[in-house]
Design a protein around this ligand. Structure first.
Ligand code: GLA
Length: 380
């Protein structure tokens, strides 16, 4: 990928780039729709990533070309009165959020190239946020602080893009570690790396049903969770225990009750999952993943028929410990925790079953945990 992006940059801009940066996509093992409730999540960065080659251009404009979709855009790093729509609102939003927080910004020419599928629930937007932030830190000369840059990216998504999402995607894309999934406390932003159980691998099952969170029920779920927390006299559902929920559940509207039950039980499952990793127990970890899927399907209602097929058929396969939808839902991808020696068979079987049931050819791949945002090339 490095050679390819340098070559593409030279073709486009007639010079070598100053830097090439990359930021990966992610899956989430467990802890879904808990981040914006200040709860716990357990994601890991995957092998596919967004790459960006850049060269400072001594102006106050970014001139950005996406080689993946053959589109380009120019935006100012000082004047944000013209809001771009479409894919380029993510890089523009990062410039806006950095500017809003007083970071010094300089213009650059950039070329985007990646192998991370878009709209597959694997956080292509967060990867785009983070490569852009990394580019600005290199050209503007400010220090790279992965956690602070995740906070900036979240601000951009919440206030510029208009999605009330949490910090999981940005934080894992920025801080991922090779071989480790990361337990994140979305309140303190404390991160704890854990190795997957031995001889297991994650298989990602992209349903190819595109999801677009801004237009989906994502913001509705956010509102329902806030309403639920308020009914218990708390700001966030993170602070409502299962006992408090059971005592007060009758007072709640039926839909809000189910939304709360998902978040409160999912936080408990996520913390239990960390214990499973510590004692190397893939069996219990898999059960927790299956329970998480059922809760997202029935109580939180963010699954869809295609995700259910992936998760439920995955769970039946030999060597599979557990399977569930991952990410925001409403389409996108499911994941399975599979005994490594069964991974090939699992992928073959699931591809056949899914296509037979839906008529859609899925994209299925196995991945280890990879490192987060990195600088892959610096011109001497
Ligand atoms: C999307 C959001 C995340 C998180 C997940 C659901 O990926 O961007 O912040 O809420 O959905 O867990």
């Amino acid at each position: 990928m490095l050679e390819k992006i340098i070559k593409a940059f030279k073709n486009r801009f007639g010079a070598d780039p100053d830097f090439v940066v990359r930021s990966p996509g992610r899956i989430n093992l467990i802890g879904e729709h808990t981040d914006y409730n200040e709860g716990f999540v357990f994601p890991m960065a995957i092998k596919y990533a967004q790459w960006l080659a850049i060269k400072a251009n001594k102006t106050d404009h970014v001139s950005l070309y996406s080689a993946d979709i053959d589109k380009d855009v120019v935006f100012s790093v000082t004047d944000f009165s013209q809001k771009i729509t479409g894919w380029a609102c993510y890089p523009q939003g990062i410039a806006w959020a950095l500017h809003d927080n007083g970071y010094p910004l300089k213009g650059w020419d950039g070329l985007l190239l990646g192998d991370l599928p878009l709209g597959a629930g694997l956080s292509s937007s967060a990867a785009l946020d983070l490569v852009t932030a990394r580019a600005f830190s290199l050209t503007g000369g400010f220090q790279w602080d992965p956690i602070q840059m995740s906070v900036i990216s979240k601000q951009s998504e919440n206030q510029w893009i208009g999605l009330n999402n949490g910090i999981m995607d940005q934080l894992i894309s920025a801080t991922g570690e090779k071989g480790k999934a990361i337990l994140i406390d979305c309140r303190s932003l404390d991160i704890q790396p854990h190795a997957l159980p031995t001889d297991t691998i994650i298989v990602v099952m992209n349903t190819m049903v595109k999801h677009a969170l801004v237009e989906s029920g994502y913001n509705d779920r956010f509102r329902q969770c806030m309403e639920g927390a308020k009914a218990f006299g708390k700001k966030f559902l993170r602070d409502v225990t299962m006992e408090e929920f059971n005592d007060g559940a009758d007072r709640l509207d039926e839909v809000i009750r189910r939304r709360c039950r998902h978040v409160i039980s999912e936080n408990a499952r996520t913390l239990e999952a960390a214990g499973c990793m510590e004692r190397n127990d893939p069996v219990r970890l898999g059960q927790l993943m299956n329970e998480s899927h059922a809760s997202l399907r029935d109580d939180f209602e963010v699954s869809c028929e295609e995700l259910d097929i992936m998760a439920e058929e995955g769970q039946k396969q030999p060597g599979c410990y557990g399977a569930r939808m991952t990410g925001g839902g409403f389409g996108g991808s499911a994941i399975a925790l599979v005994k490594t020696e069964y991974a090939e068979l699992f992928m073959k079987n699931i591809a056949l079953i899914y296509e037979a049931k839906t008529g859609i050819k899925p994209n299925i791949f196995a991945t280890d945990a990879e490192r987060g945002t990195s600088v892959e090339y610096t011109k001497d």
